[in-house]
Design a protein around this ligand. Sequence first.
Ligand code: SF4
Ligand code: SF4
Length: 317
Amino acid sequence: MLPAHPSTEQPTGLIFDIQAHSVHDGPGTRTTVFLNGCPFSCEWCCNPEGLHRRPVVMHREQRCVHCGGCARACPRGAISLGADGLETFDRSLCADCATYDCVSACYHEGNVLSGKRYTVDQLMDIFRRDRQFWGRGGGVTFSGGEPLLQRDFMLPLLRRCREARIHTCVETTACLPTDYFMEAAALLDFLFIDIKNMDPVAHRARTRADNAQTLRNVKTLGASDLDCFVVIRIPVIPGWNDGEENIRKTARFVRECGLEVINLLPFHRLSESKWRQVGEPYAFADLPGLSREELAPHAQWVREEGITCYTGWETPF
Ligand code: SF4
Ligand code: SF4
């Protein structure tokens, strides 16, 4: 489906997925909204289709019947059919494509777009519909990508949620200008903030971005009197950030910021097929996933630094 063009003048947000009945993205049962765009490019990202601030065509091989319709429809010749009948995308030709003819030409959902525009009103309608399923303690979670990147959309949306007394949670890199980050945090009830690696050089090597702004904002948030619950998440990547020194250093930093909870997320390879669908190489094809049990020492190091630690999805939130 092509990105919608809502007729109102309201700001719109580019969103690549909305999941109802979500139970791992904050307290209770929630509706999770995934927004496009991210200041990082983590090589293990679970949602590579959301890394860019534009929709990306996902080619789903299992749906494709190799009819060649998309190759004929593309005005730029970005798709070619090989002798084996398989399609090859030259994604370098797609960067500023505005028509996405390869998507509308496909009747088999072999090509789908990872992004559609919504107004604040449209999302509020979805939240009103889902609210009956949240029960006590549930609400809305904004994820991504970096959900706070689309500032002109997110601030009015968060204000509307607050007016409607909807519990709001965000899964954020916190790599945002501090004034804006704090303005958004004041409208949120719950924040998951990733601290991926305390070493700036290592951080840049696998995320293509600096960690300084994230750390600055965590410090500012910890020193503030905002009434929101903060959980620091560490996606534990074997051989990159799983050493005792980094884990303890992160826990000490969290403690010094006046925060209390860390959630360790074990590395897994569930996103591997998505990386194929967006036509990007996956860096961890040979790396086995981590079990919760394998993170027991890491959890122990965190606790020894005086921080409450949860592993994987076994959390009270
Ligand atoms: S139009 Fe759809 S089914 Fe046909 S080759 Fe393209 S992706 Fe495959
Ligand atoms: S996104 Fe645009 S340029 Fe790329 S294959 Fe589809 S129609 Fe062609």
